[in-house]
Ligand binder design. Sequence first.
Ligand SMILES: Nc1nc2c(c(=O)[nH]1)N[C@H]1C(S)=C(S)[C@@H](COP(=O)(O)OP(=O)(O)OC[C@H]3O[C@@H](n4cnc5c(N)ncnc54)[C@H](O)[C@@H]3O)O[C@H]1N2
Ligand code: MOO
Length: 402
Amino acid sequence: MKTVDEHIADILAATRPLPPLEVALLEAVHGVLAEPVTAPVDLPPFDNSAMDGYAVVSSDVAGASETSPVTLSVIGDIAAGDQDTHAIRPGLCARIMTGAPMPAGADAIVPVEWTDGGTAKVSIRQAAEAGRYIRRSGEDVTAGQTVLEAGTRLGAAQIGMIAAVGRARVSVRPRPRVVVLSTGSELVEPGGTVGPGQIWDANGFALTAAATEAGAVGFRQGVIGDDPRRVLAGIEEQLGFADLVITSGGVSMGARDVVKEVLSGLGTMRFEQIAMRPGKPQGFGLLDDRTPVFTLPGNPVSAFVSFQIFVRPALRALQGLPPEPLPTVTARLTSPVRSPAGLRHFLRGDLRYRDGDYEVSPAKGQGSHQIFALSASNCLIVVGEDVAELSEGDRVEVLRLP
Ligand SMILES: Nc1nc2c(c(=O)[nH]1)N[C@H]1C(S)=C(S)[C@@H](COP(=O)(O)OP(=O)(O)OC[C@H]3O[C@@H](n4cnc5c(N)ncnc54)[C@H](O)[C@@H]3O)O[C@H]1N2
Ligand code: MOO
């Protein structure tokens, strides 16, 4: 059987980054920058006040104290955005607001709390040394500086940074569009009524949500049954639109494993057994020369774990990002576990931080149909291929679920 690592390597070797797209700034959220962004000007662009207060000549207030306050004449107000400010000479000051440009001649700000707040004359009770409460031009960013490198994922702070250097549009590798299709004639839309032998489609929802959690845009296409023509048409219809397609079900050894049947031999699709549990039957390949297609096993826990282990790295690769596992910690097992030798086992578990250490309890139901145990878990406990048994207290690697 193929190992988990070999399968990931094949997926990464086949998956090419999406072409960059120039988009309006708010459409770039969660995108990955495809160009470096540089600052055209210094930030701040001019010296300005860090406080609401008074712009003064520091030597005027050097002796100011509670017992001998200094009085200065106030020549006017300077608000943020003001342009023509009068110069400050010794004995004078200006009332100034946070973010307003420093007037010529002034070299310190006295916060309003150190004064009587006067508007014609102001009494100052505390000294402010030269430079106090002035935000200098260029102390955040200097003109010409690269503020964000290509390959940066754009969260709120980075979007703010790009706006702050005056850019309205930016070139990104966008969030991949992931289309999710559920195969199986037993499936019914949640909200509908299940008859004998039927179940509600859980995978379509879980996988679409997982795509969104992983920073992609998930589109659930609903249930496409198990008629071969309909399944093939359902998948092919998405190829112009989707950046990545996920199906669930129909890839094992059954007499009616429709996904395997209709996709075998198309593009670079391959159907393989991976040495893991859950998630042994896997299909992957490119259709249309460019679109990665993952055909995940139908058992809900298998489909979910397969997404976390195989689809996540591909979504990063589509955005030009290096692979990265789920956040990983080591934890102490609270109960023993057994695991089939030769398979990498991803057990569902509950990870807690207690007394300065992580401990993890394997969930009660480890069957790949037991979605309740998965939904009550917050991590996957990784038991390696060469480990068959672990005792209480042993340390294990744990992947935190999003
Ligand atoms: N003879 C063998 N049988 C099976 C093997 C094997 O090696 N030899 N492998 C088992 C393993 S492991 C898995 S995993 C499953 C994978 O089967 P398929 O991918 O073909 O999936 P289905 O048969 O269509 O469904 C399996 C199971 O999951 C339920 N299911 C399917 N889709 C959904 C959905 N959207 N929402 C909720 N539940 C779903 C389905 O009803 C079945 O119960 O094969 C084993 N068999
Ligand atoms: O490989 Mo299956 O995914 O264990 O139920």
